[in-house]
Ligand binder design. Structure first.
Ligand code: AMP
Length: 424
């Protein structure tokens, strides 16, 4: 089978690496891809926002499955348009992608189907949102309803900050995404993620992970797309996994089915493990980046067969086999990220890191005159497998130390929380 993979991040390199091992695969194409993906897929110059062009490419290249990595094409309805042309696609329709695309949609679904989540209210004007602050207390969480590239959430520590966040949303700080605002109660606990593969009716637990969003050691500094992750998350005990599946994932699938928009693809639950058990913070409708980079190396089963089963609604006949080992990934980023940074800086040492036992998944990279250069903020993901988080971290940092990249940096403490627990 020929497969078209859409995306260009570390997540898509990890997917390309895994799909390219499938016995079912003939040719893997990727648009737009990156320098690492080019080693396991044929890169194609396709404008992914031009759905007609994607459809045309699929027809002329006999594509049997389109795998959509990032959320934007899902929310834009790429899967709907492909399915209308009878081209199988992995990922949700635009209706089902509202689970990520609209926080208000997800909160209403939780309320209707008794899914544990923070108390909330939706608002379309600032005055009513501010009045509601009388009832919520402080801290309180203010969220732009729509997709805001991870920036539309403010945890306000006082009333003034909360009112400012509400004004920012309605005054257009997040564009259309802020035309509606969700105000919700602050949840206390430890955060973790659970990934489930879904086919509209059935959910298959894939794995758990924890990531590090802040740029600096000790989880300090501004938020980023993610500076590292590990899987499984030791805090997600079997009891927590079972409760998350029964109380959150299964009712979500049932609710989406009842609403006439069955969910297919990856349901990625961002959870808060509170004293009352797991509560839903948010859904994403695709793999996380960098969480995908720690899930794929642990998956023993054929990813392509699982993705096809998700697209075709036959997941009940499938199981996924996983390695017991822990995977940990450290993100190497351009100095200055998540602010501005220099582009086209020279990177050396990928082969040495691989030699040291790491998988190196590329994000913002390109080849220039035969040399690897950094073209983005997050650039490489250095991933190692070991028997514990402590050992996986040690292996990942000794591979990281093989790089010569003057303009790069990474956090030095990925996994600290789990390591403290292991050595506890
Ligand atoms: P979201 O985009 O909804 O995942 O929110 C981004 C981050 O804000 C989450 O990963 C949490 O760290 C934090 N957050 C969101 N909602 C809440 C909440 N109700 N209580 C505490 N923290 C939250």
């Amino acid at each position: 089978m020929n497969v078209l993979l859409i995306g260009s991040g570390g997540r898509e390199h990890a997917l390309a690496w895994k799909i390219s091992q499938s016995p079912e695969l003939e040719t893997l194409y990727c648009a737009p891809g990156n320098a690492g993906i080019a080693n396991c897929a044929q890169i194609v110059a396709l404008d992914v926002s031009n759905h007609a062009a994607v459809i045309e490419f699929c027809k002329s290249n006999d594509i049997g499955l389109v795998v959509v990595g990032p959320e934007a094409p899902l929310v834009a309805g790429l899967v709907d348009d492909l399915e209308a042309e009878e081209i199988p696609a992995f990922g949700p329709t635009a209706g089902a992608a509202q689970l990520e695309g609209s926080k208000g949609f997800t909160k209403d679904l939780c309320a209707e189907f008794n899914i544990p989540t923070a108390a909330y209210k939706r608002f379309s004007n600032a005055r009513n949102a501010k009045d509601y602050l009388d009832k919520t207390g402080i801290p309180v969480v203010i969220k732009a309803d729509g997709l805001a590239a991870g920036k539309g959430v403010v945890t306000a520590e006082d009333r003034q900050q909360a009112e400012q966040a509400i004004d920012d949303c309605f005054e257009g700080a997040f564009g259309e995404a802020g035309s509606e605002v969700v105000v919700e109660a602050f949840l206390e606990g430890e955060e973790a993620s659970l990934f489930a593969l879904c086919d509209g009716q059935t959910a298959l637990m894939l794995g758990t992970a924890q990531d590090h969003k802040r740029v600096g050691d000790g989880d300090t500094g501004p938020n980023t797309g993610g500076m590292g992750a590990y899987s499984p998350a030791p805090v997600m005990t079997q009891e927590m996994i079972d409760r998350t599946m029964t109380e959150i994932i299964v009712p979500t699938l049932a609710g989406m089915h009842a609403r006439g928009m069955p969910f297919k693809g990856i349901l990625y639950a961002g959870l808060m493990l509170t004293d009352n058990g797991p509560e839903l913070i948010e859904y994403n409708v695709r793999f996380g980046d960098p969480e995908c980079q720690v899930l794929m190396p642990r998956l023993k089963s054929d990813l392509l067969s699982l993705m096809l089963a998700s697209a075709q609604g036959t997941l009940l006949e499938h199981e996924a086999e996983w390695s017991d080992k822990t995977a940990l990934t450290v993100v190497l980023a351009s100095k200055g990220y998540p602010g501005s940074y220099e582009k086209n800086t020279l990177i050396k040492g990928v082969a040495d890191a691989e030699q040291a036992g790491a998988l190196v998944f590329h994000a913002g990279t390109a080849m220039a005159e035969g040399q690897l250069v950094a073209t983005g903020g997050r650039v490489l993901n250095v991933t190692c497998l070991a028997d514990s988080v402590t050992e996986a971290q040690k292996a990942a940092y000794s591979a990281v130390d093989q790089f010569q990249w003057e303009n790069g940096f990474c956090r030095r403490d990925i996994g600290w929380r789990a390591i403290a627990r292991e050595n506890g």
